[in-house]
Design a protein around this ligand. Sequence first.
Ligand SMILES: Nc1ncnc2c1ncn2[C@@H]1O[C@H](COP(=O)(O)OP(=O)(O)OP(=O)(O)O)[C@@H](O)[C@H]1O
Ligand SMILES: [Mg+2]
Length: 212
Amino acid sequence: MATKAEVLDFIRIYGDKMAEHRQELTDFDQAIGDGDHGINMNRGFKAVSEKLPTLGDKNIDDILKAVGMTLVSTVGGASGPLYGTAFMKAGTVLKGKEELSDQDVISAFEEGVGGIKFRGKAVQGEKTILDSMIPAIDAIKKSISEGNSMTVALEAGEKAAWEGVEYTKTIIATKGRASYLGERSIGHQDPGATSMAYLFQAAKEAAKKSGK
Ligand SMILES: Nc1ncnc2c1ncn2[C@@H]1O[C@H](COP(=O)(O)OP(=O)(O)OP(=O)(O)O)[C@@H](O)[C@H]1O
Ligand SMILES: [Mg+2]
């Protein structure tokens, strides 16, 4: 079970990570894009963290929708609408929930990744957010199906996400600005895949803190 407090904690932890890794994400984007990914993510989650205190009495679905809408409205560039859609979509499968089962968490991740695929018209292997997100969700599902707790599953998910980030170094970008570089994008780590791996790290840390 994930409580509303844990969901809020996850969002807070992720926002802190986006502040902490702002420069690193921007440096990755400098190499293959326009050098604003860390700035974008930090701007969005700073706005989210300002909104969080007003969301305490809302259900989890409304909290995630508010996060998504804040990201869409405060972040220019590709990542705002992509992350924003993911949070909004995740909210839609959690209608009225104050607590989440493991299956709810999996459904939320699946709906979120579906939103990113739809919005970005991308598939796995194009050097995007999806290259860490899809393997992470697969690993979480596998771990839960083997009878593990959500904390253990999220550990496996984060590991798979970082493996996905490593994989982005080996492939050509075919979406977004990085695609203009063609083969020259090889050797570089995708910024969006990296920020997504931090999301699974934040989820794992929130779950671990709850001691389950
Ligand atoms: N169509 C897409 N589908 C999924 N992820 C994408 C797509 N296009 C870009 N991305 C992700 O967005 C990241 C860049 O986000 P950023 O915040 O820098 O926005 P941006 O500068 O507008 O992006 P871009 O120049 O790639 O369009 C990339 O590293 C990639 O992971
Ligand atoms: Mg950019």
